[in-house]
Design a protein around this ligand. Structure first.
Ligand code: SF4
Length: 329
């Protein structure tokens, strides 16, 4: 058994300072990290407990009309917060689609951003090949069980997917992740927060060493009237997405004025379907437009032995989610 030291921080500066040593990790709700530690996948030498930093635990309005969600806000509290439900129903729906009620009660917004892939081989240390867990060892999923794996943006090093529902909605909403670290504060546009695997699948995000997520900032709400989060999964609850779609529209009568479409369950990061968005803008939500827009989202998709069905599934899910968002379903 590994020895692990523990330090409880009560403000952001103290947390950053406490984490400035090799092998340190921040712990919030612990719903993913503790599982990884029990399985021997994560082996931190020190845990810095951030759950007593009160400044990270609230939802506050921003001067521009947006909303700041503290990194320690629990997923269940965020899902049911009146401002989020009313102004960003897409995000509320995505929160409620994730995990189970018990897990949502523990899991934090910051932790949700940091949760790791659910690739079977990543969690099972009995398999020696996993570039994400052991860089340079290979990828067992390429020729193995890859039903839940990526069809977009994958590399020959890793075809894992990001499991977060919340992050798919945040991608569609153009959220900003605020962080603080040894070099000070910075804001990361959501599209730049998670990485594609490339040659370094062991690195999930663009966070720098020792940086702590402090909040997620939402721009002013534009899509409260026309949005929908659709999650397709093997069970009705407590299952990760095979494919999910966050669709958000601004409508001008029957015509799409602004479109945001993000996909989950298909890539190493939440996947913005920008070509789909461009096809939708300026058009009514006709059957033909929806079909062609959905096809654009997967034009570069690559299926593997067990997950080729996702290419068709993603298109159908886009059509349904966008139709529902636009009120034409
Ligand atoms: Fe590991 Fe990624 Fe391959 Fe899964 S897909 S076995 S996480 S390298």
């Amino acid at each position: 058994m590994d020895a692990i030291s523990y330090e409880r921080a009560t403000d952001v500066s103290a947390a950053i300072k406490a984490a400035q040593q090799p092998g340190a990790a921040f712990i919030g709700g612990g719903t993913n990290l503790l599982d990884l530690m029990k399985g021997g996948v994560a082996r931190p030498l020190k845990l810095v407990d951030i759950t007593h930093i009160n400044s990270l635990g609230s939802v506050t309005p921003l001067p521009d009309g947006g909303l700041r969600i503290g990194a320690l806000v629990r997923n269940s509290d965020a899902a049911n917060h009146a401002w989020i439900r009313g102004r960003y129903p897409l995000l509320s729906q995505a929160f409620l689609a994730g995990a189970s009620a018990q897990l949502r009660n523990m899991a934090t917004v910051g932790g949700n951003l940091m949760q790791r892939t659910r690739c079977y081989y990543f969690y099972d240390t009995g398999f020696s090949q996993c570039n994400k867990r052991a860089p340079g060892s290979g990828c067992a999923a390429l020729e193995g069980n890859n039903r839940i794996h990526a069809i977009l943006g994958a590399s020959e090093q890793c075809i894992a997917t990001n499991p977060s529902d919340m992050s798919v909605a945040l991608a569609a909403l153009d959220a900003v992740v605020r962080v603080n670290g040894p070099q000070g504060e910075r804001a990361i546009p959501f599209a730049e927060f998670h990485r594609l695997p490339g040659d370094h699948p062991e690195v999930d995000t663009t966070l720098k060493s020792g940086e702590l997520i402090t909040s997620v900032d939402l721009p002013p709400p534009l899509f409260a009237d026309h949005s929908h989060y659709l999650k397709v999964r093997d069970r009705a609850s407590y299952a990760f997405a095979l494919v999910s779609v966050a669709a958000a529209l601004q409508m001008d009568g029957d015509t799409v004025k602004t479109a945001r479409v993000a996909l989950g369950g298909v890539a190493h990061k939440p996947w913005r379907a920008t070509a789909t968005e461009q096809m939708l803008v300026g058009n009514p939500l006709s059957h033909d437009t929806l079909q062609r827009a959905a096809a654009l989202a997967v034009r570069d998709a690559k299926g593997y032995r067990e997950n080729r069905f996702k290419i068709e599934l993603a298109q159908r899910a886009i059509v349904r989610a966008v139709s529902t968002a636009g009120g034409v379903a």
